[in-house]
Design a protein around this ligand. Structure first.
Ligand SMILES: Nc1nc2c(ncn2[C@@H]2O[C@H](COP(=O)(O)OP(=O)(O)OP(=O)(O)O)[C@@H](O)[C@H]2O)c(=O)[nH]1
Length: 383
């Protein structure tokens, strides 16, 4: 167990320093990714599918000229038809603009992108296997056999987990093995073994490149979505989270509560004990809140000393109970021994009849002000 940890730590040295030991698991399997990170990755994959499709759509028909000049009739005509069909398929993929941000959709795009040249490879191989080509024609024909190598190298431009790269490369490797069947008698086994080994090596290199891209995305996303002082989600990512979680809740018809928490008399904490102590209060408070809430709940730093707590699958009653427990636990202490308190306003999508996050936050904010007006250090969930 210890040795595994050491190995991971050594490997971690190869990755961006900001990726934690825990996050390295995200490089292996996609199901562990948090929604904000997944959304960004989906966007990147979809954009790259379209970029690759554009390149293929432009390059595939161009090669018809080389085929016409070097290959015998009707082989060049058959290949030209094949190339035109592939171009149409790539062109269709270029037009593809999915908006749903789902990983399944990104997978569909990638599967289509790699299925088109894999099928192209198999059919062209079948056509070429019926001809004994010589000289320059033979050289051009051999070029077609390189397509699986190009495809496997192509995975390196996608930010993928190890599991995903291996899954997507398996059909390409199978197609290469299948193509052998077309001219079984002429196969030179040592040369085939060497080529297959090279394909495995390429798969390994592409997997490493994809994982390292993913590691950089994780590091960048972490930096972009977290508040540097408290480590909670920043306001911008909080807005994305609100949108995302409200749409989940709407789809599942489940409750979703937003709590607006504002520390009481924070200005006087800063004024009396200094800004640095104020910063420590903010850090301590977020640690306490994170510790007291459930694992799936989200803490967002909305403003200076204002926090939003997003409580999934929690109705007003449950939220009031959880937040009362948090207040009883205490939010920290002044150096003079007094408790640090907060005013909290709560709003819930079903009880407040809204699926608009701005309206929900506004309601929670208004109730937080009611809590301030009512004497601070309290929870308000109506009005
Ligand atoms: N230390 C520290 N202070 C901050 C930070 N961000 C905002 N503040 C301070 O938080 C204080 C907020 O003060 P006010 O909005 O007047 O509210 P308050 O003193 O908490 O009073 P009530 O909210 O009415 O109870 C201001 O003095 C800000 O300078 C920060 O990152 N660190």
């Amino acid at each position: 167990m210890l040795t595994t940890k050491i190995i991971w730590q050594r490997l971690l040295g190869l990755l961006p320093g900001e990726v934690t030991l825990n996050e390295t698991r995200w490089l292996i399997r996609p199901c562990l990714h948090m929604p904000l990170m997944e959304q960004r990755r989906v966007r990147m994959i979809v954009n790259r599918v379209r970029l690759f499709a554009t390149l293929f759509a432009a390059l595939t028909p161009l090669w018809i000229i080389v085929d016409v000049l070097t290959l015998p009739f009707p082989l060049w005509l058959q290949l030209a038809i094949l190339r035109l069909l592939a171009t149409i398929a790539f062109g269709t993929l270029v037009m593809w603009h999915p908006q749903d941000g789902r990983l399944a959709t990104a997978y569909q795009g990638m599967a289509t992108l790699f299925a088109i040249p894999t099928l192209f490879y198999l059919i062209s191989h079948l056509l070429l296997s019926h001809h004994q080509l010589q000289g320059i024609s033979a050289a051009i024909g051999t070029g077609y056999a390189f397509l699986p190598f190009v495809l496997l190298a192509g995975f390196a431009i996608f930010p993928l987990t190890l599991f995903e790269t291996l899954t997507f490369s398996a059909p390409v490797l199978c197609a290469y093995a299948l193509a052998l069947m077309f001219n079984w008698e002429e196969v030179s086994w040592p040369s085939f073994g060497g080529q297959f080994w090279l394909l495995f090596l390429l798969t390994g290199v592409a997997s490493l490149a994809s994982m390292s891209q993913l590691a950089f995305i994780i590091a960048l996303v972490n930096q972009a979505i977290h508040d540097p002082l408290t480590g909670t989600f920043s306001r911008r990512s909080g807005e994305e989270m609100l949108n995302l979680h409200l749409s989940f809740a709407r789809r599942n018809n489940s409750p979703f509560t937003v709590a607006f928490l504002d520390i009481d008399h924070f200005k006087s904490i800063n004024d009396r004990f200094g800004h640095e102590f104020g910063d420590r209060v903010l850090q301590q408070l977020t640690q306490t809140v994170t510790h007291c809430l459930r694992r799936g709940d989200i803490v967002v730093r909305w403003g200076g000393e204002e926090f939003l707590l997003l409580l999934n699958n929690t109705d007003l009653h449950q939220a009031a109970h959880a937040l009362e427990r948090l207040r009883q636990h205490g939010l920290g202490m002044h150096p003079d021994g007094r408790q640090i308190t907060a005013s909290i306003g709560i709003a819930e999508r079903i009880a407040d009849g809204t699926d608009d996050w701005k309206v929900l936050v506004e309601k929670a904010d208004t109730r937080m002000y009611l809590a301030k007006q009512g004497g601070r250090d309290r929870l308000v969930f109506e009005g």
